[in-house]
Design a protein around this ligand. Structure first.
Ligand SMILES: *Cc1c(COP(=O)(O)O)cnc(C)c1O
Length: 485
């Protein structure tokens, strides 16, 4: 019974020589009333009293109910849900990038400013532009910024009657919305039977050209089609005195193949959270940097980075700037990821990205075009449209049913009922980061669903069968989400 004689060493009083008392676990008392005065809370905060592990399990389980690109294929057309390489995250979390404050003096953030300066040059090279602003927070925000630049350009020249923005009907929905936001009237131009801008309709829309501020082109369009008349289109708008805006959210289809600047565009926005693999979804942060030709450079938003005698500095004021469209320089951490992605891929890698995006999409399209109806026979780029029109008229199975049934097969559905110009549309964008095996599994699921529609339509119409929620009212679920059972 050795332990009987073991001396007692735990003491409430203090330290025994050679030992150190374990301190009592007490948080320092803060007298909130004295500190915050009237602003302090009268009673205890009504917080649930839960064990740490209970909270952790709750959030971990919630996160597993979500579906992301790290769970499986996510072919949401127009959204480019590609894999975000982890090396981007490593770069962005380096202390020198992650721990800087936007109000630090320029002399203490030379590396950060150099990164932006160099990224501006590289994005300009990729797009054939002269300058870039990093301020806009997303694609649509970039559109608004680009249109404000066009507006400032016309106003500076005293050309104030130009109040019309031409937008083809195959544009992304944000294009007409952005034109309205900056006070332009939207004039729509119809697509021809090949899914491209109808040149005769464009000519009619331009008219005598006196009221034309410019044109916004989503290229490739929401049909996934690259407009073969793009040079002719931009020329017609320039001849009328308007400027050309390129919606470059789909740059992943053309990166390092052709450049908006060479196709006659004066301003372009990119979605780095699509093409350049920065994080995406859940409302941000993303970034929609805007590239512009020198004629628009005087209106560049501030601040921007300038290099002088080997020193980098932020320029906060210029005579004709449109001002700020956002706080500070933009989503800096996102641009570290963009830069890492560009450097990791290099020129050839970026070219391979656009080739891969188009190859994967074309492969899927060729495998599915006989199982679903297709709106045009024109060759598509990084995404394509198939429709459930035939399944609907023959078996009463519509696009929503097909999309819901894909969930049963373990996939995120494609974009549905968009573009609006195609009935029962499904817009499929596989992206270049999916493997051949992944694509084949998704193709199989689409084919099986087309078969089921014919043999067991109720199975498809009742889908999904294994999710906590099956078919919420989509509008209500977005406007008034019920987040607890
Ligand atoms: C995604 C997208 C946009 C809008 O970008 P956000 O970052 O979501 O604002 C605009 N145009 C096209 C063609 C797009 O695909």
């Amino acid at each position: 019974m050795m332990y009987k004689d073991t001396p007692v060493i735990v003491t409430q009083k203090g330290e025994v020589e050679g030992q150190r008392m374990v301190p009592k676990a007490e948080l320092p008392h803060v007298d909130a009333a004295a500190y915050y005065g009237d602003a302090s809370r009268p009673g205890k905060a009504p917080l649930p009293n839960l064990a740490e592990i209970t909270v952790l399990r709750h959030y971990t389980n919630l996160s597993l109910k979500n579906y992301g690109v790290e769970n499986g294929t996510y072919p949401l057309g127009s959204c480019t849900m590609k894999y975000n390489p982890k090396i981007n995250e490593d770069a962005a979390s380096l202390t020198g990038f992650a721990q800087t404050h936007p109000l630090q003096p320029d002399s203490t953030i030379q590396g950060n400013l150099e990164l932006l300066w160099d990224l501006e040059k590289q994005l300009s090279f990729i797009c054939g532009m002269d300058r870039f602003t990093f301020q806009p927070a997303a694609g649509a925000h970039g559109e608004m910024t680009g249109l404000l630049l066009i507006k400032a350009y016309h106003e500076k020249r005293g050309d104030t009657d130009r109040n019309v923005m031409i937008v083809p009907d195959s544009a992304h929905g944000t294009n007409p919305a952005s034109a309205m936001m900056v006070g332009y009237k939207v004039r729509e131009v119809k697509s021809n039977e090949r899914g491209m801008v109808d040149l005769a309709a464009l000519k009619a829309a331009i008219g005598d050209g006196k009221d034309i501020a410019g044109l916004m082109l989503t290229n490739p369009s929401t049909l996934g089609i690259f407009d073969e008349n793009v040079i002719e289109i931009t020329k017609m708008v320039h001849e009328a005195g308007g400027l050309n805006y390129y919606d470059g959210a789909n740059l992943n289809a053309i990166m390092m193949q052709v450049r908006p600047g060479d196709m006659g565009f004066d301003v372009v926005h990119l979605n780095v959270h699509k093409t350049f693999s920065t994080p995406h979804g859940g409302g941000g942060p993303g970034a929609g940097p805007v590239g512009l030709k020198n004629i628009l450079a005087p209106f560049l938003p501030v601040p921007f980075v300038e290099k002088q005698d080997d020193q980098f500095r932020l320029v906060h004021e210029t005579e004709d700037t449109i001002g700020k469209v956002r706080g500070f320089i933009g989503s800096f951490g996102i641009f570290v990821r963009t830069y890492a992605y560009i450097l990791a891929n290099g020129q050839d890698g970026l070219k391979a990205v656009s080739e891969g995006a188009v190859a994967n999409s074309t492969y899927m399209f060729e495998k599915l075009k006989n199982d679903y109806k297709v709106p045009t026979s024109t060759k598509t780029m990084h995404e394509f449209i198939i429709t459930s029109e035939v399944l609907k008229s023959k078996y009463g199975v519509n696009t929503m049913d097909v999309a819901k049934r894909l969930i049963d097969y373990g996939f995120h559905p494609p974009t549905v009922y968009f573009p609006l110009i195609v009935p029962e549309a499904m817009m499929v964008e596989p992206t270049e980061t999916e493997t051949r095996e992944d694509l084949d599994q998704l193709i199989d699921a689409f084919k099986k669903i087309a078969e089921e529609a014919a043999t067991e339509p109720d199975l498809v119409k009742g889908a999904p069968h294994n999710t906590p929620i099956a078919r919420p009212n989509e509008t209500q679920a977005a406007r008034n989400p019920v987040l607890k059972a």
